[in-house]
Design a protein around this ligand. Structure first.
Ligand SMILES: [Zn+2]
Length: 232
């Protein structure tokens, strides 16, 4: 075997024998620059990941449509019993940019991206119409507003709300700055995003998680200093 597999061969064999038991589920964007396993320096078996355009979570809608993200949530929470769900947005998100720009194609109701991004249409229209903000400010704001919207939608799933209320599940928001490689964490109480404090090495902690310390990736997300809220 070549490449990455050779270095992880024993771990893969163990995972094959024992099955997967990830404690953390990540909802991330399809964007090739925002891969959760890379950002968290996670090993095979650490993260249960679902990726879609702009890392959106639709509201709980049990009907005959095809619900890929909801199916992944169901498996992660009900079968794997993950203890953390991280909604991780990122800078320069093309899906968010499309949602903010009514001129951009494809964005019609009849295409898939347009329909998908209509999950955040109301806030995109409000933010997109705000002339006090620059285009870059609108983009970053929308990236974060959509993370909060997805967290709210997660709580419309009955088993997620129940598990959270009973302390078996914690929801987190995070935003990855592609240009600097920084992972910002959402304050659970205020919804504000804070950059990681100096010397706080997310990747190293994720690496510890990979080694099997149990309290892993998501547990560290709220551990940021509120006073670091300023900045871009
Ligand atoms: Zn994106």
């Amino acid at each position: 075997m070549l490449g990455r597999y050779s270095g992880e061969a024993e771990r893969y064999r163990q995972l094959a024998r024992e099955g997967q038991t990830p404690e953390t589920m990540v909802i991330a964007c399809c964007d090739s620059r925002a891969a959760p396993e890379t950002i968290f320096d996670a090993a095979p078996g650490d993260l249960f990941v679902v990726r879609n355009v702009a890392n959106l979570v639709p509201p709980y809608t049990p009907n005959a449509d095809f619900h890929g993200t909801s199916a992944a949530l169901e498996f992660g929470v009900q079968a794997l019993k993950v203890r953390h769900i991280i909604v991780m947005g990122h800078g320069r998100c093309g899906g968010i940019k499309a949602a903010l720009d009514p001129e951009m194609q494809p964005l019609s109701e009849s295409d898939f991206i347009g329909k998908w991004m209509s999950l955040v249409r109301e806030s995109a229209e409000t933010i997109g119409a705000n002339d006090l903000l620059t285009a870059a400010e609108r983009q970053r704001l929308m990236e974060r507003v959509s993370i909060r919207a997805s967290l709210a939608n997660l709580r419309t799933f009955p088993y997620i709300a129940k598990n959270e209320a009973e302390g078996r599940l914690t929801l987190h928001g995070a935003w990855f700055d592609i240009s600097t490689g920084e992972l910002w964490a959402m304050d659970q109480d205020t919804g504000d995003f804070h950059r990681p404090f100096e010397g706080h090495d997310f990747a190293a902690e994720a690496g510890q998680g990979a080694a099997g310390t149990g309290e892993t990736l998501a547990g560290m997300l709220p551990a940021t200093k509120p006073e670091d809220a300023s900045g871009p």
